[in-house]
Design a protein around this ligand. Structure first.
Ligand code: SF4
Length: 703
């Protein structure tokens, strides 16, 4: 492929931001810049890009980058920094045991980075203390999938949204958070008249573009979908033989019936007419896709919410067929890839189980390592609590900013500071987390390294390097392998490049096949460097001779011991009722920023959409506190405060607030809203409840 005159050839790569995983053509230009365009041949986006993806070129270059390893703030060499990190981790393990160290990694890492980090911690250090910021993104979906399907399998693909007659968006501001997928949905609606229902307490841009918006009471999704399940059964819409074909369906139906009888409309904060319209539409449409995201996952009962949705699809057979199925959209570019290689504290690589002795033995044999940990390690919130208590004494944070993004972020900042030894590897030293590190390691960024990512529809795509890393920056996989070798684990980490890591990982997926699990990449196991470089986007499973798999479960075969899917009886449970004048804070995202703005904050064009942090307040709540439009307000919770601009709007329900979570200490002194959020989490998945935190609101004295 040749580029325009005066430029280099376009390089096919993948966007660095959300889980849609759009293909990008990056073309080096004569002036040193890079032209960015959508890849017309990539099956996720067919040439489209959103505002964030289009601005990727403005985030490249050496400005603001961490260029050298820093030890106690002093410029150092890789030799010294690697030796120090290895020695401090080895010494801590020798004195306090393997569970005294931990890694906290990121959905920004490539699958190859994730694979070696997980291999080092679980296989060679012998602890399961590796968790990821993807815990904040989709852990409840993983747990829900495993309960229902026996595996963490996304059943469908993006094309299903285009082939559906009804798309239900639950807790998903798809238009802003997964914009290209939303563009595909809108284009399909123009063609086939797709009906769209949005279920979200907040009236988002996505809700504005829907046929029906249900602004339900926060947290009542389980009740709503239990009510739907009961309605489907009551009106004769269950699939033929569903009671026998779906394990646990009778129990789920019984619970749903009692839930539906107890004032459903009132509990959901909706009118009976709204509920009836939604139920009738769902029941009367065969091709239904239910898309769900953070509004479902980031909740105290996130896993139950997921299963309440899955129950409806399983009971009606609307799964694994064209235009039908539940669909979890992931936030991060490689949340799925991290799950594949065991980058969560409660998983082994290749979707195998830590608690299963046969799985552990097989992995130990494949890696030629010592005994693996037998139970789950510390999940994100617990991991930082363990730093605060002294249980974890050496911590390595890779490519993420937990001092801003985790609940009770000020406590997390103190916990990191309390750790005996903290390493941060990142592209910049200018984050709230990096400021706390004893050792800072410069990581190569997007466009500077090679590897793979997996998007929300199980599609593996290559990220490819098209420019040199600045200074001494190195790819994460190389940093991790160097430390592993310095710790004495040489043979297991002697990779000649990311292609060799991918080949080892793909070969390992034979274990997933052997144990009847879903993650099969054995069709790619023999890839050499040239084959890896030429790898085209493909959806797993990829069996030998296979070309990938768009839909799963169409044959009715699941990964449970019985081979049947499971419905889970989920009780709605009491909703959180804020006390003492508190309001419920919903944290979320805006269209043109990403996470804590480490990369997107570099692109001036992205600040034009929304330039400053804000707080959406319902007019009744604002009036009660004497707050007017554009006043400065103080929000407090968990002993912390944030100072924000008031946006008085009926887009939020009375008693609720919304604030974006992006602004960190680098961009606004007092706007770290996740610091206000209580560390409540789903008991099954460990995912924090970032969507409904009790906080107090007042007008700022000087406003
Ligand atoms: Fe990147 Fe997501 Fe936008 Fe696609 S939709 S260009 S993956 S941010």
């Amino acid at each position: 492929m040749s580029g325009p005159a005066g430029t280099g050839a376009p390089v096919r790569t993948t966007c660095a931001y959300c889980g849609v995983g759009c293909g990008v053509l990056a073309t080096p230009e004569a002036d040193g810049g890079t032209a960015i365009a959508g890849d017309p041949d990539h099956p996720a986006n067919f040439g489209r890009l959103c505002s964030k993806g289009s601005a990727l070129g403005a985030t490249l270059g050496a400005e603001g980058r961490l260029l050298d390893p820093l030890i106690a703030g002093q410029r150092s060499s890789w030799v010294d920094a690697t030796a120090l990190v290895a020695a401090r981790f080895a010494d801590t393990i020798a004195r306090h045991g393997p569970d005294s160290v931990a890694f906290y990694v990121s959905g920004q890492l490539l699958t190859e980075d994730y694979y070696v980090a997980n291999k080092l911690m679980k296989g060679f250090i012998g602890s399961a203390n590796i968790d990821t910021n993807s815990r904040l993104c989709m852990a409840s979906s993983v747990a829900g999938h495993k309960r229902a399907f026996g595996s963490d399998t996304v059943p469908g693909c993006y094309e299903d949204l285009e082939e559906a007659d009804l798309v239900v968006l639950v807790g998903s501001n798809l238009a802003w958070c997964h914009p290209v997928l939303h563009q595909r949905l809108m284009a399909a609606r123009d063609k086939r008249g797709t009906r769209i229902v949005t279920i979200d307490p907040r009236r988002t841009v996505t809700a504005d573009q829907s046929d029906l918006h249900l602004a339900l009471r926060p947290g009542s999704d389980t009740s709503l979908f239990n009510g739907l399940l009961h309605h489907l059964a009551d009106r004769g819409h269950l699939a033929a033989g569903a009671i026998d074909a779906v394990e646990g369906l009778a129990d789920a139906l019984a619970l749903a019936a009692s839930d539906a009888a107890a004032g459903l409309a009132e509990r959901c904060g909706l009118s009976t007419g709204e509920i009836a319209a939604f139920f009738a539409e769902w029941a009367g449409t065969e091709r239904v896709v239910t898309v769900y995201s953070q509004g479902v996952n980031q909740a105290r009962n996130g896993t139950d919410k997921v299963n309440a949705i899955l129950n409806c699809h399983l009971a009606t057979g609307r799964i694994g067929r064209v235009g039908m199925g539940p669909f979890s959209v992931t936030g991060q570019p490689n949340a799925m890839g991290g799950r594949e290689v065991g980058g969560l504290a409660n998983m082994l690589a290749c979707h195998l189980d830590l608690e299963n002795a046969a799985h552990r033995a097989a992995v130990q044999d494949y890696w030629s390592c010592g005994p693996l940990p037998q139970s789950a390690g510390l999940k994100a919130v617990d991991l930082f609590d363990a730093c605060a208590s002294g249980q974890v004494r050496a911590l390595w944070i890779m490519g993420t900013n937990p001092a801003v993004s985790l609940p009770r972020a000020d406590h997390v900042r103190d916990a990191i500071a309390a750790c005996d030894f903290t390493v941060v590897s990142d592209v910049t030293a200018d984050t709230d987390t990096a400021e706390l590190a004893d050792v800072l390691l410069p990581a190569a960024g997007w466009g500077e390294k090679d590897g793979t990512v997996t998007n929300s529809e199980r599609r593996i795509s290559r990220q490819r390097a098209f420019c040199p890393a600045p200074g001494q920056a190195r790819p994460d996989w190389q940093i991790i392998c160097d430390v592993a070798r310095a710790m004495g684990f040489g043979a297991g980490f002697d990779f000649g490049g990311p292609h060799a890591i991918f080949a080892e990982y793909a070969g390992m997926t034979a274990l997933s096949r052997r144990f009847g699990r879903d993650l099969d990449l054995t069709g790619l196991a023999g890839l050499d460097r040239a084959g890896y470089d030429a790898l085209r986007p493909v959806q797993w499973p990829v069996a030998p001779g296979g070309a990938g798999t768009d839909r799963m479960f169409g044959d009715g075969d699941y990964f449970t011991p019985s081979g049947r899917p499971r419905a889970v009886a989920v009780a709605a449970g009491p909703e959180l009722e804020p006390q003492g004048g508190a309001l419920l804070l919903n944290t979320g995202r805006i269209r043109d920023q990403w996470h804590t703005m480490t990369r997107s904050g570099q692109a001036e064009v992205l600040t034009r959409h929304i330039a400053e942090p804000f707080l959406e307040i319902h007019p009744e709540d604002a009036a009660r506190r004497g707050i007017g439009p554009a006043d400065i307000v103080t929000v407090s919770g968990q002993g912390s405060t944030a100072t924000l601009r008031a946006l008085v709007t009926s887009r939020v329900r009375p008693g609720t607030l919304f604030a974006p979570m992006h602004w960190s200490g680098q961009f606004a002194a007092d706007a770290r809203v996740d610091a206000l959020v209580a560390p409540d989490r789903d008991p099954v998945s460990g995912q924090p409840a970032l969507k409904s935190a009790p906080v107090h609101l007042s007008k700022c004295a000087w406003s």
